[in-house]
Ligand binder design. Structure first.
Ligand code: 6OG
Length: 161
């Protein structure tokens, strides 16, 4: 039933340092998700592919230039008071260059991949991040109460690579 809802396309990229098993998170300084840590991403523009949107947003928000990004999951968010669902394409990248910079949007910080600051992240993240650690691709759906904090229903389905 929810599949018929209109969707808005977003990307979310997590840079990974495989040597130290660290992930770069950004403290969002403004806009949607302010004062939360998250990966780097945003809306996909009409003239670009989802992957190029992911690479563009990563560069804009962190200073890192990814040569490639690897799809690890697909998230759908349904908000009680919003008729438009969010479709968020989630990527990892270990193939990047450049220097991490703080931007108007994000204050980046490295975290150990198994010590994520979930209490300062969106409530869904602690539910699906374990799939990332297991290298298991997934599709997940979360229904949020109007407080944007409480998850009222969730579905997390592993998918084949
Ligand atoms: P801009 O407004 O910056 O794009 N996003 C979420 N990420 C997680 N982990 N959980 C959520 O739960 C999220 N809702 C949105 C998608 C918003 C950015 O925030 C992500 C985009 O990367 C509801 O253009």
């Amino acid at each position: 039933e929810h599949l018929e809802m209109p969707h808005r396309l977003f990307t979310l990229v997590f840079p990974i340092d495989p040597v130290n098993n660290c992930v770069l998170l950004g403290m969002k300084k403004r806009g949607f998700g302010k004062d939360k840590y998250n990966g780097f991403g945003g809306k996909v523009e009409p003239n670009e592919s989802i992957e190029s949107g992911a690479i563009r947003e990563l560069a804009e928000e962190s200073g890192l230039l990814a040569k490639r990004v690897d799809k690890c999951g697909l998230l759908f968010f349904y908000f009680e008071n919003d008729p438009v669902a969010m479709e968020v394409h989630v990527y990892l990248t270990s193939d990047f260059s450049g220097q991490v910079i703080e931007t108007e949007e994000m204050a980046p910080e490295w975290y150990s991949a198994d010590k994520m600051p979930f209490e300062q992240m969106w409530a869904d993240d602690s539910r699906w991040w374990p799939m990332v650690l297991k290298k298991q691709k997934f599709t997940a759906r979360f229904w949020f109460f109007s407080d944007m904090t409480t998850i009222t229903r969730e579905e997390i389905v592993p998918v084949k690579s």
